[in-house]
Design a protein around this ligand. Structure first.
Ligand code: T1G
Ligand code: NAD
Length: 656
């Protein structure tokens, strides 16, 4: 780590070099304080450019320091020194100015950025709020509405949007360093700059709308505390003198830092970045991948195809016949045009993706694919047939992956001449959006096949989590366990709406029965029927889900499932309530009332014990990996860190 100060004529250039993201650790803060002192006392220096080495401007405070006692100099104090410097400081931003990095840039007197730079205050995603003046300086540079969005939403904005909003002064047209020096030369003898904190705050244009925006943010946060605290901090900035608002912000930040929610969110932040650190392949080079084959253009195959195209890969999508290929193509084109409409891709990118996409109905079309991902029906015979065809047609070193949800990947691998090239890539629907990718590791997979699969996941901006071969791998296996537990609770006394309400109150976006109605009940029904012959007769079995399907109640798409849907609006289903009561009676069960706490206690206990089993069987490499799966693909509230983090936190709290 080093922060250097060099001189270009009458301009000092301060360069922070603290890989990997130039976080404002203690040494950086000290170096900045020293740079203010030395440039202020040097009569030959008329201005200062602050820049960073590496891939990005300062991306925040060093999150790893948060669990330890804070060390001086504290960032807010360093920023006030920069802000009150008599010589103008110009922040030259590339990459991302996030959190403390944006606060640092806002304490500078001017900001110039590359066109691709981003600016954000993502602290709420860590269960925090800015702690170095971000909530007070931001509404002095941009509108109150924009400030509220950025602070409470935590999402970054692009450089053009930042320029338009008044957050930055210029976008570099060429070399950022040169443009920053030119900007500094322009301002060094100019009008006296006004420290950001001394500027008047931009009051809302329409206070009613602003207050409505604030209440919506508070409501949407559900059980997540930080967004609401962030709203209060921005409201303070609008109503208090800057010094008072600064003090209030700092106090709130320090308080949040020690909350279980922030501890959980920081846990999951690092856990997500640790999943791809796999000893077995640390010295294995992944193959270069440019062309993907996808077999099956249904819900998942289309999503996987789109995800690969959006990552700049070429894709050939194979379907059974021309009609199905056309349907698959339409699904893919709809996804891509949606990304274009939402501004996620440029028109040029869109054209490039279309040029890299083709459909086919003959396996020979896949002959150049380096990786082929199968996403056909969840039926072992169909999958084995596809793999046999692939084995006979595609290049001998092509990686063959299956997107199966539950089936035995070892059995699929055994269907090809070289099992070492078979692996499971379990995407989640919608595959172009969901970040989690379970990489299911068969017994004989080759190391470079595994390494290439992990590299492909990262190329797709996914979070790879390794899973062993078992029924449902990690996530689906845990979900099957707690779905079974919820069905038991139906017989024991609860109703679907009570369980869904309890899960939503806990922080899930959706309850287990709402989710089944959305996905459709027929898939699980088909799986239960397939397994009926091998089911353990001694195991408690709840017939209610089967009876619902026999009644033609398959969920939203049929207007009724666990709940009724009138014009898409969910309503309780008296028919289901009657069925549940009669089933309990038929089994001689005396039903009892369940509170929301009773329900969540049983669900969490079931999740946690299945997770511990998965860990003990070696199906997951770590407890953190299981937390990452449940938070990223099954709606487990992120601010609780995952089922096993919660268990350890509860145990910790219980033992004191
Ligand atoms: N502190 C410590 N380590 C960090 C870090 C941070 N702020 N940000 C990233 N890392 C590590 C990360 O763990 C990984 O480590 C490596 O850097 C690359 O990260 C005072 C209180 C900047 C967009 O929330 O969003 O400022 O795995 O894999 O995909 O008011 O990192 O290599 O060992 O994510 O290129 C606010 C968090 C902090 C930004 C880059 N800032 N970081 O993404 O790389 S709180 C943030 C990111 C704060 C102030 C408040 C991303 C990135 P390893 P990566 P990337
Ligand atoms: P789907 O029914 O929507 O699509 C399957 C597609 O495969 C159809 O378009 C069909 O025409 C095609 N197909 C069938 N046999 C084929 C063959 N021999 N050659 C070429 N194409 C063939 O199914 P889906 O929901 O996309 O699921 C596909 C796979 O992904 C299944 O294994 C499923 O378990 C798994 N999966 C599904 C989800 C989900 O939420 N839907 C999530 C993860 C994984």
């Amino acid at each position: 780590m080093s922060t250097t100060l060099s001189v270009e004529g009458e301009i000092a250039v301060v360069t922070i070099d603290n890989p990997p993201v130039n976080a404002t650790g203690r040494a950086v803060r000290q170096a900045l304080a020293d740079a203010v002192a030395s440039t202020e006392h040097n009569p030959d220096i008329k201005a200062v450019v602050l820049q960073c080495a590496g891939s990005t401007f300062v991306a925040g405070a060093d999150i790893r320091e948060f669990g330890k006692p804070p060390l001086e100099p504290h960032l807010p104090d360093v920023l006030v020194q920069i802000e009150n410097a008599t010589k103008p400081w110009v922040a030259a931003v590339h990459g991302s100015a996030l959190g403390g990095g944006l606060e640092l840039a806002m304490a500078c007197h001017y900001r110039i950025a590359t066109p691709q730079a981003r600016f954000g205050l993502p602290e709420v995603t860590l269960g925090l709020i800015p702690g170095a003046g971000g909530t007070i300086r931001l509404p002095r540079l941009v509108s109150a509405e924009t400030a509220l969005d950025m602070v409470a939403g935590g999402k970054p904005i692009t450089a053009p949007k930042a320029l338009e909003a008044g957050l930055i002064d210029e976008i570099s047209g060429g070399q950022l360093a040169e443009d920053a020096l030119a900007f500094a030369a322009k301002v060094m003898n100019g009008k006296t700059h006004v420290p950001t904190l001394d500027r008047s705050v931009n009051m809302p244009k329409d206070r009613g709308k602003f207050d409505l925006q604030a209440s919506i943010i508070r409501k949407k946060a559900r059980g997540h505390t930080a967004p609401s605290v962030a709203v209060t901090a921005v409201q303070n900035a609008l109503s208090m003198p800057a010094a008072d608002a600064l003090a209030a912000e700092r106090a709130a930040f320090i308080k949040l830092k020690s909350t279980p929610q922030s501890t959980a969110l920081r846990h999951i932040f690092f856990a997500e970045r640790a999943t791809a650190r796999i000893d077995r392949i640390k010295d294995v080079s992944p193959r270069d991948i440019s062309h993907i084959g996808v077999v099956g253009g249904g819900t998942m195959g289309a999503g996987i195809t789109a995800a690969c195209l959006l990552a700049g890969l070429d894709v050939t999508l194979l379907e059974r016949d021309n009609a199905a290929a056309e349907l698959g193509q339409d699904r893919v084109l709809n996804i891509l045009s949606g990304s274009l409409k939402r501004g996620l891709v440029s028109a040029e990118n869109h054209l490039q993706m279309l040029a890299g996409f083709r459909t086919a109905t003959e396996y020979v079309a896949l002959k150049n694919a380096q990786v082929v991902i199968e996403a056909v029906f969840e039926d072992m015979a169909v999958k084995k047939e596809v793999f046999a065809q692939l084995d006979a047609t595609v290049r001998p070193d092509a990686i063959l992956a299956t997107n199966t949800s539950y089936l035995d990947v070892n059995e699929i691998a055994a269907a090809v001449s070289e099992p070492g090239r078979v692996i499971g890539l379990h995407f989640f629907s919608p595959a172009h959006i969901m970040k989690l990718l379970e990489i299911v590791v068969p017994d004989q997979v080759a190391d470079d096949v595994l390494a290439t699969s992990v590299a492909l996941a990262k190329r797709l901006r996914k979070i790879p989590v390794l899973a062993g071969v078992c029924d449902g791998f990690i996530g689906n296996r845990i979900m099957s366990a707690y779905r079974r537990e919820c069905d038991y609770m139906l017989e024991d006394g609860a109703f679907p709406h009570e369980i869904d309400t309890a899960m939503r109150a806990f922080g899930f976006k959706m309850g287990i029965y709402q989710m089944q109605d959305l996905a459709g009940l027929e898939i699980a029904w088909a799986m239960r029927k397939r397994r009926a012959a091998t089911r353990d007769p001694a195991e408690r079995y709840v017939d209610i889900p089967d009876k619902l399907c026999e009644m033609g109640r398959f969920g939203r798409k049929t207007g009724c499932g666990w709940h009724n849907y009138n014009d898409g609006k969910e309503a309780r289903a008296p028919e289901v309530k009657a069925l549940i009561i009669s089933e309990a009676k038929r089994k001689g069960i005396t039903r009892k009332n369940f509170s929301a706490d009773d329900i969540m206690r049983r669900i969490l206990k079931c999740m946690q014990s299945e997770a511990q089993l998965i860990l003990s069987e070696g199906i997951a490499s770590s407890a953190d990996d299981i937390d990452v799966v449940m938070v990223n693909a099954y709606g487990f509230p992120r601010w609780m860190g995952g089922p096993l983090h919660l268990l350890n936190a509860d145990v910790g709290a219980a033992t004191g």
